[in-house]
Ligand binder design. Structure first.
Ligand SMILES: C[S@@+](CC[C@H](N)C(=O)[O-])C[C@H]1O[C@@H](n2cnc3c(N)ncnc32)[C@H](O)[C@@H]1O
Length: 294
């Protein structure tokens, strides 16, 4: 990414008018006043596709971006983008955005969530054909590590294996294939009868009250995702965010002075301020770096 994207400067009134279009639903308004962690995201379209405990509160981000947009900021960067909360909310508020995420699995989740603009009906058809194929395939439970066997009863593991094989048969890195990968990945937790703790931990010696059959969980996830795609596509939205799997310590792909606004977690890296100074415009740097802590 070399060129700095064009900015559309708008008058204050025009910005206010546009922000009025993003009025939250009463349910969302109630949530704004409650907690400030990822837990509230599990009821918000797209954010809820994958539970990433390290994620920011989407409504905290939305409020912040809306306010800063009204202050004349149009480009936002999240150097530790995680599963993409800041990027999704920047799209919602009509801001240009860039996110960097170093972890390959987490970056893949964020990238897939940014595919919400795909045609929901075509995705549903594609994913349900994977399910149909999985019903025909005889899944195996051997070959999986001991920990996985402790987390899933044999029947559940065989059904998950059928889904995995059916997905692999069609896999081609297209958005539809990646969306189906996310659907399968995100049901693992609910299909397991073993206990889970906060964050991504599993407790194989503990039992949950209920677990869900993989074919049913996959079907429900597909319907939830496609419903969210339809909902989101009918709401206002700005340009697509850019997510790069990259190390934020150098921010190599980000042009100098690119960002008006930087939203991040408190950094564990000592010398990162100089990099952030380079990618934010000087006027924006001091007042526009927001640290999130839950
Ligand atoms: C608290 S999470 C970020 C949540 C995210 N900002 C959101 O919108 O929900 C921090 C993320 O920073 C990532 N990270 C840590 N060191 C990094 C580095 N050097 N470069 C890029 N990402 C990094 C981690 O993998 C983790 O996903």
């Amino acid at each position: 990414m070399k060129a700095k994207p064009e900015r559309t400067k708008k008058s204050d009134n025009s910005v206010k008018e546009q922000l009025a279009l993003y009025t939250s639903t009463p349910q969302e308004k109630k949530l704004i006043d409650t907690t400030s962690t990822f837990s509230e995201n599990v009821s918000l379209p797209i954010h809820r596709w994958f539970r990433y405990s390290a994620g920011f509160s989407a409504l905290w981000v939305r409020n912040l971006i809306s306010k800063e947009r009204a202050n004349g900021r149009y480009t936002v960067i999240d150097p530790f983008a995680g599963s993409g909360t800041v990027l999704l909310e920047a799209e919602r508020c009509g801001m240009l955005s860039i996110g960097l995420e170093a972890h390959p699995f987490v970056a893949r989740i964020a990238n897939v969530k940014l595919f919400w603009r795909e045609d929901g009906s075509i995705f549903r058809e594609y994913a349900l054909s994977i399910l149909e194929e999985a019903r025909r395939i005889r899944g195996e439970d051997n070959g999986y590590p001991q920990l996985i066997k402790k987390c899933f009863p044999s029947g559940t593991l065989r059904r998950l294996d059928s889904l995995r094989r059916a997905w692999e048969e069609a896999a081609d890195e297209s958005p539809l294939s990646e969306l189906s990968w996310l659907a399968l990945t995100s049901i693992l937790r609910e299909c397991s009868p073993v206990g889970t703790a906060q964050w991504q931990y599993v407790l194989p010696k503990k039992r949950k009250a209920k677990s869900v059959d993989p074919f049913r969980a996959f079907t429900e996830k597909i319907y939830l995702m496609t419903d969210d795609m339809f909902t989101r596509q009918h709401e206002e939205h700005g340009p697509k965010a850019v997510l790069s799997r990259e190390d934020a310590r150098t921010c190599d792909s980000v042009p100098d002075d690119w960002a008006d606004l930087l939203i991040t977690s408190p950094s564990i890296y000592r010398d990162i301020n100089a990099v952030w100074c380079r990618i934010t415009n000087n006027e924006a740097y001091q007042p526009s770096i927001f640290n999130y802590s839950s």
